[in-house]
Design a protein around this ligand. Structure first.
Ligand code: SAM
Length: 522
């Protein structure tokens, strides 16, 4: 079930049982369910038949009504309708006005406070809302309360909020998207986690394990942790498990004999090591990949400018397609050929009322060379003036428009198709890579098309986007001059083959190049 409050209820016995077991419930536990929904976790906790006290909070009146009815004769459960992120009672329990007033000096202070103070709950369990829309007013309040953190996504704020009311050595188990492990916007959250808690275990699995839930941008995860003093926390080793084929395999992790299916991938990390990684990022990969990524001596961003492209502000109005057969072109008008001009000026096509130029947008069918112009963007002078003044348009990185470089689609696909760009404006759905030294153009083109780079991009950020920031940080290794020249020549040959549509030979050459890059990196 999904609604305004993002109520995906935890409709999976395997998941609820695992999480409740992980809490190690004991008598007199004071438990918080910060986004209780209809009480699926609470019911499971109550099955344990222990004398515990549970605070069940939710913002949704209907959910609260269900909870109140369900637990009206149970003194152990106190139901409260509130916004957990702003709730004043939780503020009072919080280790300090942790996310409230301690704005200066922001960061160090936050970390220290969370380590020292007492908290209130001994156990916290939840499936907090993710992807919930926050109106701008609330975002502003949250920006103050959780200063220095990414406030557009609620689940991470629930995690911070709950950490601040968790007692020292108290346990928390949350089911949340896995993006906090990888994305740069969560680097501060990661630093707080790995410094102030001992992570017990993190499981990663597809969102479809939740009956009725399926989102593409990331997987789901269950994180279980205990609040702990920094000194011991940083030396703690924990495991991340992924590769589950079904939810029932999650329960197997609780078995004492520790034998679980061979297809599960298990990674161990010392928290201190992650704190030393760039952006405190978790990299789920083999040792070689890990060492390549953790401290690259040279990065792609050192040898190339990596930038995102242009946005008209209203694509259906300003973009045209070559034909309705082009992928994704259903709602776009077909360009009139007599309105297409050659122009490589940032000021636009002069002396025309309405004029278009070829435009690079969305993925390319082939690697190395885009087959033909499928998109056109309006580029007459008047329209350029409009782009420059319109709030929604993004005339960003314009010094790179029409330059020679490499494009890759922003949205990940199974295999990245990198292609040459020149004399074109490129869309914000494309990441443009422009070598600082043009002699590196073909080598970078081969690199960006290689399985190695594909593998590294996934390892750095398994979520759906190839944003420029992650591409910049990829390790850049150059072979000796001899191999470098060989690769250049082969890429030139491959481009010629693509141009005459000799795809079979072009694919063979690509395989060869791919192997050469593999040898350079591994
Ligand atoms: C993903 S559901 C999970 C419900 C329940 N914990 C479960 O696992 O079945 C998220 C719940 O969070 C509640 N919620 C959303 N925003 C909230 C907020 N700011 N404060 C408290 N509850 C909130 C929704 O009403 C919904 O019941």
């Amino acid at each position: 079930m999904k609604d305004l409050f993002c109520s995906y209820y935890t409709n999976s016995k395997d998941i609820t049982s695992y999480m409740v077991e992980k809490l190690h419930i004991v008598e007199k536990d004071r438990i918080l369910e910060p986004s209780a929904g209809e009480g699926i976790f609470i019911d499971k906790v109550l099955e344990k038949n222990r004398m515990v006290q549970i605070d069940a909070l939710d913002i949704n009146r209907e959910a609260i009504a269900v909870l109140k009815k369900k637990y009206e004769n149970n003194d152990a459960v106190v139901v409260r309708e509130t916004d957990t992120l702003l709730d004043e009672q939780l503020d009072a329990y919080s280790c300090s006005p942790l996310w409230l007033k301690e704005l200066n000096p922001l960061y160090e202070r936050q970390r220290d406070l969370i380590g020292d103070a007492g908290g209130h709950y001994s156990k916290i369990i939840g499936n907090p809302p993710y992807g919930a829309w926050q109106d701008y007013e609330k975002r502003n309040i949250l920006k103050h309360k959780f200063a220095g953190h990414y406030v557009k996504e609620t689940y991470s704020l629930f995690l911070l909020r709950c950490l601040s009311v968790l007692k020292s050595h108290g346990i928390l188990s949350f089911i949340i998207p896995d993006t906090y492990l990888f994305l740069n916007v969560y680097s501060r959250l990661r630093e707080i986690l790995f410094t102030n808690t001992k992570i017990d275990e993190i499981l990663i699995f597809p969102s479809k394990f939740f009956p009725g839930v399926r989102f593409r941008y990331s997987n789901l995860s269950i994180i279980t942790l205990a609040r702990w003093e920094k000194k011991e926390a940083v030396n703690h080793v924990f495991r991340v498990v992924q590769g589950f084929h079904s939810p029932s395999e999650i329960g197997m992790l609780l078995e004492k004999n520790n034998t679980f299916p061979k297809h599960l991938q298990v990674y161990h990390f010392k928290q201190k090591d992650i704190l030393n990684h760039e952006q405190c990022r978790i990299i789920l990969a083999d040792k070689k990949t890990l060492s390549l990524l953790s401290k690259p001596s040279k990065k792609l961003g050192d040898v190339a400018d990596v930038v995102t492209g242009f946005y008209t502000g209203d694509n259906l109005r300003f973009i045209r397609t070559a034909s309705k057969d082009v992928k994704g072109a259903k709602n776009y008008k077909v360009v009139e050929q007599d309105k297409v001009f050659h122009c490589t000026s940032l000021y636009g096509i002069s002396n025309v009322q309405e004029g278009y130029i070829p435009y690079i947008k969305s993925a390319s069918q082939r690697r190395y060379v885009r087959q033909k112009d499928e998109w056109f963007v309006r580029w007459d002078m008047k329209t350029i003036e409009f782009y420059n003044s319109n709030k929604k348009s993004r005339f960003q990185n314009s010094s790179f428009y029409f330059n020679t470089g490499i494009g890759i689609p922003m949205v990940k696909s199974r295999r990245i198709h990198a292609f040459l760009m020149s004399n074109h404006v490129f869309d914000q759905s494309i990441v443009g890579i422009f070598p600082k030294d043009t002699a590196k153009l073909y080598y970078l083109l081969a690199l960006m098309n290689s399985d190695v780079i594909n593998h590294l991009i996934y390892a750095v950020n398994p979520s759906a986007n190839n944003s420029a920031n992650y591409i910049k940080g990829l390790p850049y290794i150059e072979p000796d001059e001899n191999v470098f020249i060989q690769i250049n020549n082969k890429v030139q040959e491959l481009i010629d083959l693509e141009k005459v549509e000799n795809y079979e030979k072009a694919d063979d050459l690509h395989k060869e190049l791919n192997g050469m890059i593999e040898q350079i990196y591994f």
